[in-house]
Design a protein around this ligand. Structure first.
Ligand code: ZN
Length: 80
């Protein structure tokens, strides 16, 4: 019986930590589920100022939106 409790408790801890990882702000660096608006893209670029576009799909997506909307020229250096 005790064994079952230990296994169950272990599973619970695993689930809780998986949930925690998915809720952590680091999860916000994944690519957005929807196309960002220009406003959202601006905010995203500011929030992810410290990120490299190579490592942060969300910043990359925001940058693409700004380029496509003509706000940013890819060849004009790093604006953010
Ligand atoms: Zn980021």
């Amino acid at each position: 019986m005790q064994m079952v409790l230990v296994v169950f408790g272990g599973l619970l801890v695993l689930c809780a930590s998986a949930l925690w990882v998915s809720l952590k702000p680091a999860g916000a660096h994944t690519a957005p589920e929807h196309e960002l608006s220009v406003n959202e893209a601006h905010r995203t670029m500011q929030r992810h100022r410290g990120c490299s576009r190579d490592d942060c799909p969300r910043k990359e997506a925001a940058f693409r939106v700004l380029v496509e909307s003509g706000r940013v020229r890819p060849d004009s250096g790093r604006l953010y």
